[in-house]
Design a protein around this ligand. Sequence first.
Ligand code: NAP
Length: 508
Amino acid sequence: MQKQEDFRSPRVVIIGAGMTGLLMFIKLREAGITDITLFERKSRLGGTWRDNTYPGVACDVPAHMYTYSFEPNPEWRKRFADGSEIQNYFERVACKYGVIEHIQFNEAVTEAMYEAGHWRIGTSQGRTVQADFLVSATGILRVPKRPDIKGIDGFQGAMFHTAEWDHSVDLTGKRIGVIGTGSSATQVITTLGRQGHDLTVFQRTPQWILSYPNRDYSEQERERCRRNRLRPVITGKIQSFLIEQIGSKAVIGNPVQHAMVSMACKWNLRMNVKDANLRARLTPDYKVGCKRLILSDGYYDAIQRPNVRLITDGIQRITEQGVQTANGEQHALDVIVLASGFDPFAYFRPANIVGKQGVRIAEAWQDKVQAYRSLHLPDFPNFFLMLGPNSPIGNFSVIAISEVQTDYVLQLIRLWQRRRFDEVSAKREAMMSFNRHIKSGMGKTVWVSGCNSWYMDQDGDPAMWPYSWKQWVKEMATPDLNDFHLVSYPELQARPARPDPVRRLESA
Ligand code: NAP
């Protein structure tokens, strides 16, 4: 048996204090690893839920399912929680688990360089930190995408992206234009439309919309959850089961589930939009689920209100006063909301990460943003890209995904602790084989059935997982060590165990 003192304790640096960064910190701590530095570029934790504060922001994954498995939340007020409630949940968890005092706020990782068994990580505060492992927990939809529309910089009114909502702008009596009709836009439009604001909605492509029954949880229901902590867990499990069996299977090629979801969307449109002309303008020409399915129980109602106009002529340019469409019409506006989505392939960038033999991330991803099992980049040892490409993000809880990936990462770290290696990096062949595995399943999914969506990379390959959730969990259960280069460095192997690790923060 290996002696306890032979186990070494790694230094770990985590980039980002959002849902995944907090989770990684908590799980590392649980595993007895204490030398962890968590960098957060902003002054508050929460990631997506901190940044997205637009009117109506909510999660379309049921709340008891969108919860850490180890921290059920009897306090959810609605079946689908509002963004601010989710933000409060993460802040509560960060306090309860003692994460908050370890976060280096207002400090972004700007660069990282790998040198034989170590990462040297530079930050926006001019500090350099050394670490054995570097974890990117920057989320998927972090970098807002500004639409490439002629004249956009000349607009004289207020203009902001949904993820950068300017709350200093008073919307009362303003003519508001919304560019886009994705998940963020539909939540904004439904909320502002119901409040009676003057809205002009610029739709480039119609979306399939599934109506979902949101409802408040009563005080009695919350009390029952407080008294019986299994209650919210079971509710979450039932929700996960239904979403997995119906929603997830519908998009990966199961014809029965797909027909059910399609019918529900088409029924929703038919029942809620009586005007045939408007219905035609709102009807997509692609399959349900090709673009990410939108869940909304009020969008069709909002779009038919007298204070809301749907514009389906393409935008020609943005002028000083508003938007000019292809038919020459001028739409005078005071505020333009850019609900134009995100760059899902940015990940931790613009941080410049340099792997073995000086390979820069820009070179590694020059042809394709790819990773073995979503997490590993060949040439970038001891680096984990959480929620990387081909994570099963299609209509499932990203918390569950991050939990599975965290367990997987911890297994590799445990092997490092036992000195099985100093350096672990995916073999290039393993990544190519993983890509082939992905590609061979993609053909039957709805994502490649003929539409443009943010899922697609530059080659038109969806960065999605084309198989079932169950299969993904099975494949992620244990890292296959045959797929890695495992390297040991004599000088590191000889290093004594550090029972009481000391964080080294050096001034640059
Ligand atoms: P999105 O789904 O990428 O939608 C962007 C919208 O902007 C689309 O309607 C797009 O039109 C339009 N657009 C982009 N560039 C344009 C241009 N130059 N001219 C005209 N229209 C343009 O972005 P999102 O709504 O922010 O949602 C992104 C993802 O975030 C969602 O799919 C979801 O995964 C997540 N999200 C989740 C929730 C939730 O409830 N959990 C809420 C918000 C967001 P085209 O369709 O023609 O490209």
